[in-house]
Design a protein around this ligand. Sequence first.
Ligand code: GLU
Length: 428
Amino acid sequence: MSTGTFNAFQMAQEQFDRVADQLDLDQGARAFLRVPMREYHFSIPVRMDDGTVKTFRGFRCQHNDARGPAKGGIRFHPKETADTVRALSMWMTWKCAVVDIPLGGGKGGVICDPHDLSQREQEGICRGYVRQIARNIGPLQDVPAPDVMTNAQHMLWMMDEYESITGAKYPGVITGKPVGMGGSLGRTEATGSGVIFTVREALKELGIRPSDTVASVQGFGNVAQHAIMLYNKLGGKVISVSCWDQADQVSYTFRKKDGIDIHALRGITDKFGGIDKNKARDMGYELLPGEVWIEQDVDIIMPCALENQIHKDNIHKLSPGVKLIAEGANGPTTPDADKVIREKGTFVVPDFLANAGGVTCSYFEQVQCNMNYFWPKDEVLSKLDMKMTSAFQAVSDLAKEKNLYMRDAAYAISVNRVVEACRLRGWI
Ligand code: GLU
C-alpha cells in the first residue's frame, strides 16, 4: 500500500500540522494529537491447513478517545505497516468528529493476504487477533469494524471470540456484522452511498445536474461498487473503473465509453473487488493500464481504493475537465498533489468527510444493538443521508465563510471538536 518512500503517518501528521498552524493550536495540543494515544503490536500464531504454524503480525491503534470509544476498521493487507495503521487511526478521529458522532479514532490491521488464505485460516487470524487485543477493545473502549479485505464474516468470528473470552453477549464490541447477527441493514452500502450523498451536495453547489456528469472510479471493492450504484440512480454515468488483478499483480482500468454496467461487472468480480479481465473483454470493455483512471476525460473522479493514489507523479495527468474529486478511500491524495488541486480550485470532498458513511452507519449499528431493536433499511439510509448532508453543509458553509479549501474546512471543524473535548476533560 505504501509505494516508494510514501509514509501514510507522515502524511497524516503533515495534514494535521497544516491545520494546527491555521488554527494556531498550542504546542501541548499539537504534541498530544500528532500521535496515537495508545497502540498495540502483537503476534498471531495460526495453525495453517498444511499443519504448520504461521505467525501473522497485528496492530491496533487508538489515536484519540476524548469524544467516545475509539472506532475504526481492521484491514487485512500484505503491505500493512504500523505507520499505515497509525495514520488511519488519526483519520478516524477526524472522521467521527466531522460527522459529529460520539466516537474517537482507532484502526487495526494484520499483515496478510486473504487471497492466499482459506476460510479456516482467516478465521484463525480473526480469533487470534481478538485473543491478543480482547483486554483493550470493547463496546465502551474501542470498537472495530470492516475495512480493506475484511467483511461481515470476519467481524462475526471476532465478536464470537470476544464473547467466548468474556462469557457474555457483547454485540456492541464490533460493527459491520451480518444482518440478523447484530448487523445493521444498510451497513454494506453505507460507505459508498455516503460518498454519493456528498457528491450530490457538491454538484448542487457547483450548479451541475448529476445526470449531466460522467465519472471515473478507482477501485472496485465495496465502497466503489455501492457508490457507482447510487450515482447511476442519480443519473450519473461511470465510464471506467480500475482494480487490482491478483494473477498479474498489477491493476487494470476497465473502460466502456457509453457507461459501464455495474450489475454485469459485479457478476464477474471476486469478493476482493477483482474483475475477471477475460470475461470483461468479452463484454466489450477496453482493458487499459491501471493508472489511466485519473486521465479520463470526465467531470468527477472518485478514488475509492487505497492511500497514495493521487501524488506528485500523476497529478499533472488529471484531466482538465475534472470539476469534482470525491475521495472514497482513506488518504488517496498526498499533500503535494493536494496543493496542486487546491491552487487549481477543483472542488474536493475530502476523504474523512466523503467516506464517513461507513462509520456513521456503524454508529447506528451500535445504537440499534444497544436498544436491541433494528430499523428498516430505508430508515437507516435516510438517517445516514441526513447526517452526511448536514456534515457536508457545515464544512461547505465554513469553507465559503472563511474562504477555505474544503479539506481545510473539514479539518478545522474536526480538530476544533476534538481539541475542545480534550480540553473539557482536562487532558490538554
Ligand atoms: N473502515 C471504515 C472506515 O475507514 C469504517 C470504520 C467503522 O465503521 O468503524 O471508515
